[in-house]
Design a binder for this molecule. Sequence first.
Ligand code: ADP
Ligand code: MG
Length: 472
Amino acid sequence: MDELSTILEAVLPAIEARMNAAPSTFKLWFGEIKLISLTETTASFETTSNLKKKILTCQYRDIMRAALEDTLGFPVEVEIFSPEDLNPAREQPKPEPPKSETNEEAQRRAIEQGYEEEKKMADIINEPSYKHSVLDEYTFDNFVEGSSNKFARAACYAVANEPCTTYNPLFIYGHSGLGKTHLLYAIINHMRKKHPDLKIIYKKCETFLDELIRAINQGQTAKFKEKYRSCDVLLIDDVQFLADKVGTQEEFFHTFSALYEADKQIILTSDRPPREIKALADRLRSRFESGLIADVQPPDFELRIAIIRKKADDLSLNISDDMVKYMAERLHNNIRQIEGVLKRLYAIYSFSSAEVSKEKIEEAITIIDPDNIPTDAMVERILNTVSKSYSVPVDQLKSNKRTNNIANARHIAIYLLKQLTELSHQDIGDIFGRNHSTVSSSIENVRLNMKTVNNYESQIEKLIEQIKENRF
Ligand code: ADP
Ligand code: MG
């Protein structure tokens, strides 16, 4: 069985349990469903007809989303396609693509053809028909504040309270999994209560672009413009997707300017600051930079502890302060991963009052973030791999011997320790009985060789691969 089928097998019982319907009902809608792709953000299913697609989308999508999150340990959006969407040519011959079409344009066209009408329904978030289930979970109240996100949170809160008059546009940036989308949802939730009359549109940038391209192809740009230009608050998530899309940046710019000039609130997020978004037209970049830019940084140790404690308590996990601390030490960068680990622990402990053990935490981390292994195990792996690759026993790596082969292997081990662990130069020096300046010069030495010696860089890359896959 392929991987997607295995995942589907794990998800289906969770859907059935949540549906709480007769087995025949479950079978009717889910009997022939296929999981056709799964990414970090989206699960795509194929069902057998347009009718089933419609029912699944309207009636069961929330259940599917929740069941997927339970099973996978992280949230994903759900898309449902019918055979017609996936192979439109079979049903309705489409005109030949223009000869000059590039690969990228062809891809876009494919997305556009397979697009779901229903997706458009959820755009305007504060219309009564919109179900708020997912959105409701993300508020300012349950956003844990620390030094790394305080400024961004305060800016978002100010904008939610007093849209259009404080910071406009507001641009939030930071790596994935640090709470940007959470903040956007919190803004929407807050605004819906405080300013129920405002028309709010939230869009992932990718969806915005797909929609724009579809509008262009169908000659419906007027409708598209009207829709976006009639809102009071526009939130666009992950605008880094505008990179290189020169054609669509143009329309984005016009939408942006029209709203901006009408004093409408614009809030954007990105995984990097405007100046680092590749091929972003200058005038769009300067518009992005004309309001307030706030970053979210990876959480420091204190914030990680606070987040783990809060989320563990919310899940009623019985976890000691020592284990909370242990988790905070092991999971440095990404709050989404912290949540993923806690959800897995919840799946194990939800029916017991037993205390969460270190072994189960390790197990959960291995599943959620396979590259993340405890530092001491990583050190051992690096030393063993280098030792075997260069036929230098580990004790000689740590010795004072300076023959070429031994010194070279030692430099490489030191370089890899720096790359693959969080250890400081001093910590690394301690492993080899040397001081931190020796460590710095070893690292420099390897960097120089990577630039000047043939094949050196590919050797290092190969070692990193072997270490990550634990192949020695
Ligand atoms: P991003 O959009 O930056 O990739 P998300 O907003 O999707 O990240 O956050 C990932 C997960 O981590 C979400 O479930 C979110 O609720 C949670 N999260 C992030 N930051 C915080 C925080 N400060 N307090 C509580 N939960 C957080
Ligand atoms: Mg996000």
